[in-house]
Design a protein around this ligand. Structure first.
Ligand code: ADP
Ligand code: MG
Length: 252
């Protein structure tokens, strides 16, 4: 895998080319093409069932594409010689349902992967984890049982846990959709800060204000294709496609 310093300027961190995925007879992704540049925040919007989660899952190979390519740091994830696990360690993912280990405390959730994958000693992993817990406002909860946390706190732990693997890319799949409205903001604020710190992010969300204010590029998916993509200004104020306008009108 190319090291960060060896990357050419202007080279995408992620390049998706001609990506296709079906489940049985259902074509879920049809010829998806998308680049994500280092430091970019790309937001994916679209109706339920349009293929957003499947696209995210193809980026870290939780799903295997039927056709096309996903390149990460210039490596084709489908190439046989590529160490997918090593590449995947560089991609953090945050899910709608948190996916925390509920039988462990907050700190152990954060240190499990770095220690198990032998990226760090236990002591080092704990130091790194405490730093990330601090940054998401949960330093005081390091030894708390995750079952006792609110949804917003759980999602902030999930973000801190992903960051502990020192990822180059963070994928978020509707990270606030399971949260009560009054605590959505605390998670979006953590994400906003991560974006302004320069993290490369692909975010599936229905939070249009976040998409508009934080993204560099907004992608509108409809029935397995990218129907339209562009800057937030363009997409939200002057969408070209009638189906984009129709989708956005539901959020007015
Ligand atoms: P979105 O995230 O935009 O709601 P998804 O990518 O989750 O869309 O799903 C797109 C379509 O693919 C939906 O019709 C969904 O039911 C179907 N689908 C997703 N995952 C699977 C799977 N593992 N097996 C069968 N069908 C699936
Ligand atoms: Mg989804």
């Amino acid at each position: 895998m190319a090291e960060k310093s060896a990357r050419r300027v202007g080279e995408p961190m992620v390049r998706i080319e001609g990506l296709r995925k079906s489940f049985g007879d259902l074509e879920v992704l049809r010829d998806i093409n998308l680049d994500v540049m280092p430091g970019q925040v790309v937001t994916i919007i679209g109706a339920s069932g349009s293929g957003k989660s499947t696209l995210l899952r193809c980026i870290n190979l939780l799903e295997t594409p039927d056709a096309g390519h996903v390149w990460f740091h210039g490596s084709d994830l489908a190439a046989e010689h590529v160490d997918v696990n090593r590449l995947r360690e560089k991609i953090g993912m945050v899910f709608q349902g948190f996916n925390l280990f509920n039988n462990m405390n907050v700190l152990d959730n954060c240190t499990l992967a770095p220690v198990t994958l032998k990226k760090m000693s236990k002591a080092e992993a704990e130091e790194v984890a405490l730093g990330h817990l601090e940054s998401v406002g949960l330093a005081d909860f390091a030894h708390a049982d995750v079952n006792n946390l609110s949804g917003g706190q759980k999602q902030r732990v999930a973000i801190a846990r992903a960051l502990c693997m020192q990822p180059d890319l963070m994928l978020f799949d509707e990270p606030t959709s399971a949260l009560d409205p009054e605590i959505v903001g605390e998670v979006l604020e953590v994400m906003r800060r991560l974006a302004s710190d320069g993290m490369t992010m692909v975010v599936v969300t229905h939070e249009m204000a976040f998409a508009r204010n934080v993204s560099d590029e907004v992608v509108f998916m409809d029935k397995g294709v990218i129907a339209e993509k562009g800057s937030p200004e363009k997409l939200f104020t002057a969408p070209e496609q009638p189906r984009t306008r129709e989708f956005l009108s539901r959020y007015l």
